[in-house]
Design a binder for this molecule. Structure first.
Ligand code: SAM
Ligand code: FES
Length: 354
């Protein structure tokens, strides 16, 4: 190993800031020894802040209608073969209560950008969940909205918001999205969410089409600058009815390496081992935890609609009831020496500040 590479690794492990060039050097020269070493260091950092706890989030995918046309996504508006659904307010509240009974203390409402769900309706749903389950955190993941809309959701009681930045580079962004969507607006939304007081989540797909090592370095530096409470990364997986049907999927190997780097760069961040990671490898989520992740997000949506929230091909857990996924995940997490807990699972930094 060169002295330069050695010094980048030492800097990363000791919590120093690494530069774009240093990240590229690390990514381009990674080998088994480096990956194992950084995974050990990263999982030790996660254990320092969160012990052997893994937090669960109950994901309710409440609508697959979407006005956007992101080239990678199976529920894009141009996919005329998608079978569209939206859950009613009552169905959403029922799912949340079922999740509560199963031990979830964070409910994530995720969906396409669906004009049917006006701000007042979202605010009302958030309020109802919070009043029925005051000890639950509510996370929203419903895309780009105005500052005022975000503020309305926050005032209704929403605690967190997930909005992956997708890629920090404007040119790369334009290769993944039509021209009415911009990286600039996406980033502005993230800064607005932070300003309002949300625990905020950003992130990107690993191995998205046209992604370069430089793009990944920029993504990591953007995350460092934004300093979000949560970061979601998972492999890009092609969907057969999108323009990217024939593109290559992101890899388990690079996703795990990036999870370790992210854990070392942002030590207290809440970092899920995503469903996409579990989809490209049967042990993806367990390996994600061992690389530094500390969150899993099983699905709470009714099984009748699961297959329809079809972002990418071969998505796992589309036939299992929420209780089955919870049991399955408990077993998986315990098999690697960790434990799923009934807890809101806030970022320790947020807990200290509030
Ligand atoms: N509409 C909301 C938004 O845009 O943030 C939330 C739903 S969106 C489908 C959630 C995330 O799914 C996106 O941020 C994207 O990173 C991920 N995703 C979409 N298509 C994917 C694919 N083909 N492979 C992997 N992840 C994908
Ligand atoms: Fe859904 Fe394993 S987590 S079946």
């Amino acid at each position: 190993m060169t002295a330069d590479l050695q010094s980048v690794i030492e800097k990363l492990v000791s919590g120093g800031d690494i530069t774009r060039e240093e990240i590229i050097l690390l990514l381009e020269n990674r080998n088994e020894e480096i990956k194992t070493y950084l995974a050990q260091k990263a999982s030790a950092v996660a254990r320092k802040y969160y012990g052997n706890k893994v937090f669960v989030r109950g994901l309710i995918e409440f609508t697959n209608y979407c006005k956007n046309d992101c080239y990678y996504c199976g529920i894009r508006c141009s996919n005329k073969n998608a079978s569209r659904y939206r859950l009613t307010r009552e169905e959403i509240l029922e799912c949340a209560s079922h999740g509560y009974d199963l031990g979830f203390r964070t409910i994530v409402l995720q969906g396409g950008e669906d004009a049917y769900f006006k701000d007042d309706l979202i605010a009302d749903i958030v309020k109802s969940i919070k009043s029925e389950h005051p000890d639950c955190a509510v996370t929203l993941s419903i895309g780009e909205k105005s500052f005022e809309s975000y503020k309305k959701f926050f005032d209704a009681g929403a605690d967190r918001y997930l909005l992956r930045h997708e890629t920090a580079d404007a040119e790369h962004y334009a290769k993944l999205h039509p021209s009415n969507l911009s990286s600039e607006n996406r980033k502005q939304c993230l800064f607005n969410l932070k300003k309002i007081g949300f625990q905020t989540g950003a992130g990107f797909m690993v191995g998205s089409p046209y992604q370069t090592t430089g793009n990944i370095a920029d993504d990591l530096l953007f995350l460092k600058k934004l300093d979000p409470e949560m970061i979601g990364i998972g492999p890009f997986i092609p969907h057969k009815e999108t323009p990217f049907a024939d593109m290559t999927a992101g890899t388990l190997e690079l996703t795990l390496f990036l999870l370790s780097i992210i854990r070392l760069m942002l030590p207290t961040v809440l970092l899920p081992a995503t469903t996409a990671l579990g989809t490209i490898d049967p042990r993806g989520r367990e390996l994600g935890i061992l690389a530094g992740a500390n969150v899993v997000m099983p699905n709470l949506s009714p099984v009748s609609v699961r297959k329809k929230y079809d972002l990418y091909d071969n998505k796992i857990c589309t036939g299992e009831e929420a209780a089955e996924c919870m049991n399955c995940l408990k077993r998986r997490i315990e098999s690697i020496g960790y434990e799923i807990v009934t807890d809101r699972g806030d970022n320790v930094r947020y807990v200290k500040e509030h």
